[in-house]
Structures are given as C-alpha cells and as structure tokens.
Design a protein around this ligand. Structure first.
Ligand SMILES: Nc1ncnc2c1ncn2[C@@H]1O[C@H](COP(=O)(O)OP(=O)(O)OP(=O)(O)O)[C@@H](O)[C@H]1O
Ligand SMILES: [Mg+2]
Length: 404
C-alpha cells in the first residue's frame, strides 16, 4: 500500500477535507502536524492511518519523527496544501529521495521576487519590480519603477502591509509603516481588473481549470470596511476577455514546471486588454473558494485533487454555474446585535443560495482586516452571469449586519 504523508492534515479546517479525500483514493495517509490529535477535525482524524504530533516549525523534529516511522513503514509521497509548510514538505521529499516538488521548485512559489524572476526569464509579463531590505533600496526602486507603485512584503498573504503609493511624499509616509517587514517587494502599480487562474494538475497536465473575478480588487476590498467583497467563479472561462489570462496561466505553470496538485494564480487585465501576472501559490485559493468552485461545477475538488496527486484520472468537471462568495462586515463594533434584510432576500433567492454562514446575534465580531471571512459569508450561484451579479449585489447591499 502507498503511504502518503500529509503535512498539517487538520489545519486550516479545509485541510481535513483534502486528507479525507486522499484516504478515499485508497492510499494510507500519515498525518504530521502541530495540532494535538484530539484537536484534529474528525474528517481528518477518522481517515489517518497514523498521526505524528510535532511542531512543524521544527524541521529537525519533523525529519526525526518521519525517519523513525520509516523504520516500520515506507514513506512514498508527501503532500502539503498549507502555504507556510510547502518548503518543509519539499525538504522531507529530498530527505527521503521522493518524487514531487523539490525545494528549488517550491521556492519560486513562496518568494514573490524569485517568482517574478523565473517568469521574466520565461517571457511572462510581470509588473516592473524590485526587492529590497533597506529604506535606501526602496527609494532607488521607486525612482527606477516610477509612480504609482505598490509596496508589499515579499512573502505576504491577505494583503497585509500592502500599500499603494502615488508619490514620493506618500512614500515618506508609508515607509515607517513597513519598517517591521524584513524584505519588501516594490512593484509597478497595475490599474486593472483582477482575476484568478486556479488549477488542479496531475502528471504535468491541467485536469481542472477555474477563473474567478474579484469584485472589487482585493486591495480595495481590504481597505474599506463598508465593502462586501465578492469572489465570482466564472462559468464561461472560454470567453474572449479571459483567453489571454488563461493562456498566461498555462505558460506560468509550464515555466515553473508544475506537475501535480492545486495552484492559485492571480492576474490583472488592463482596460487596453493587456494581461499582467500577479502572483501564484502551489495551493488552493483560500476563503472557501474551493467550495465556490464546487458549487460552480457540482463537483468535489477535494476528490479531484486527491485523485490527481495519487496518479489516478479524475472525472472531468463541467462548469454549470457562475458561483460567488460574498463576505459581510457588520456595522459597528463589539457583538452582533441584528441582521437585517435576510428574510426578504431568502424569500426571493432561496434557490440560488448554497451556503449561508453568518455569525449569529450575540457573537463577537471578527477582525475584518485579519480574515476575509469577516462576520460571515454567503455562497450563491446562477447559470447566467448577469443574474448572478444582480443577486450577489443584493446580498452585498441589502443584507446588513449590525453590531454594538
Ligand atoms: N503590482 C500591483 N499592481 C496593482 N495592484 C497590486 C499589485 N500588487 C498587489 N496589488 C494589490 O494588492 C493585493 C494583494 O497583493 P498580493 O496578491 O501580491 O499579496 P497577498 O498579500 O499575497 O494577497 P492575498 O493573500 O490576498 O492573495 C492584490 O490582490 C492587488 O489588489
Ligand atoms: Mg494575492
């Protein structure tokens, strides 16, 4: 039997569904993670053949635990879908001489500067960019790249410490706010609409493709609390307006030599039609977008991923719907006191609502800056894009949560 090590099999929660899907392909799954075994979600715990509770931050301890295990059972494959430990997973592979992504292949997915260097060499259009660890370096990069520009951490997530800078005066204001960041990426600001290109690959082939449209752009969504951000998984990914971005996505995977697993890329489409690369991770998109893609296909991408990585042939999925997640932020601070407009929306759109997951009255608000999930989310779907946007906008505008 094939033994597959799953790094962090129960955290974040979504990992548990991947773990279960992996086990259901017929392999034996060995979990290794930070969580005590009792804290593992049942979906993970019930499908693990064995679990090692080790600090994932301690590479030596991880390798020691797995080499200890390997005296009793062979270790054949290592999977990891949780971004912070992708390099660790690659080190485990190298330590056991296993196939799959090496450290060298993984680093361009983790380091935004290296990522763009590899893609530049392959002729992909990236924003003009530089990375630097000094204030002087930021000023030099700004001079060379020009304004407007964007400053962000080289290994950032969730738009943390990310700033648009329109002038030298603004740059002076922003620099003190990013002083704690070790290495900064300075980039040409791309004025454009923002999309994703997400895939599941197996054996070097793309077996599932998805494009999401962000409404509005993530940086805007994360700068204004009143916005209810929306991520729309598009049904018609064959449309002309997406063709170049999709082709770029394919070229990026090729340039990075990606073989098997989930990928999540972000790209920009300017008004003049030019497409520009944003970033890519060798993992699924976050904020429950796997669920959104599942509702757009009536598929099970946890299973598609698992089959793809064990070398089986996943059933092709058909996009039947446009599906969107909408994230809500309550007005006011403290505890949720009232939810307004929900009954009317449900009376009208009940058949379109796939998930309704709002914090209940009495719950304390979440930090909307720290988690896109904010105070709750809804997933809706509709075969027609115009109709989906209309109903999504209704949930964005007419559903109001209040806190106090
Ligand atoms: N060069 C750029 N031009 C215009 N906007 C940009 C640029 N770089 C980043 N942004 C904006 O900032 C957001 C966050 O940047 P990026 O995706 O690189 O970082 P991140 O923190 O990894 O984001 P996330 O984890 O939310 O995907 C982007 O989605 C985009 O809206
Ligand atoms: Mg991003």
């Amino acid at each position: 039997m094939t033994n597959v090590v799953m790094v962090s099999p129960g955290f974040p929660l979504e990992m548990a569904y991947f773990t279960r899907a992996l086990a259901r392909t017929g392999v034996s799954v060995i979990g290794i993670g930070d969580q005590p075994v009792e804290a593992l979600p049942a979906e993970a715990r019930d499908h693990l053949a064995h679990y090692e509770h080790v600090s994932l931050a301690d590479e030596g301890a991880v390798l020691a635990a797995l080499h200890g295990l390997a005296r009793h059972a062979s270790i054949d494959q290592v999977e990891c879908l949780w971004e912070p430990y992708m390099v660790l997973a690659a080190r485990i592979r190298e330590s056991f001489g296993l196939p799959g992504m090496t450290v060298e292949q993984t680093l361009p997915f983790r380091d935004k500067e290296l990522m763009k260097q590899v893609l530049d060499a392959a002729g992909i259009r990236t924003p003009r960019h530089a990375s630097t660890s000094t204030v002087q370096g930021v000023w030099e990069a700004a001079e060379r790249i020009g304004y407007p520009l964007i400053i962000k951490p080289i290994a950032g997530a969730g738009s943390a410490d990310t700033f648009r800078v329109d002038s030298a005066a603004e740059l002076s204001d922003v620099l003190p706010m990013v002083r704690h960041v070790d290495v900064l990426s300075v980039e040409e600001f791309i004025e454009a609409e923002e999309f994703t290109y997400d895939t599941v690959c197996g054996g070097g082939d793309v077996v599932f493709e998805n494009i999401c449209w962000y409404r509005p752009r993530p940086l805007q969504a994360r700068s204004h609390e009143w916005i209810s951000p929306m991520t729309v998984a598009l049904r018609d990914i064959d449309s002309d307006r997406l063709a170049e971005g999709r082709a770029m996505g394919r070229a990026v995977l090729q340039a990075l030599g990606f073989q098997a697993g989930f990928t999540h890329m972000e790209w920009y489409r300017k008004d003049d039609g030019e497409v520009v690369f944003g970033e890519i991770g060798a993992r699924p998109p976050g904020a429950r977008t796997v669920d959104v893609m599942n509702y757009s296909t009536d598929g099970d991408l946890f299973r598609t991923w698992a089959e793809a990585v064990v070398g089986a042939t996943p059933e092709p999925l058909v996009k039947a719907y446009n599906a969107a997640s909408i994230f809500k932020r309550a007005e006011g601070s403290g505890h949720i006191t009232r939810i307004e407009g929900l009954d009317g929306l449900l009376a009208r759109y009940r058949d379109n609502v796939c998930v309704l997951d709002l914090l209940p009255v009495g719950a304390h608000r979440r930090d909307w800056r720290a988690t896109l999930l904010s105070d709750g989310m809804i997933i809706v779907r509709h075969p027609e894009l115009d109709a989906l946007i209309e109903l999504g906008d209704r949930f964005a505008r007419d559903l109001r949560m209040h806190a106090g």
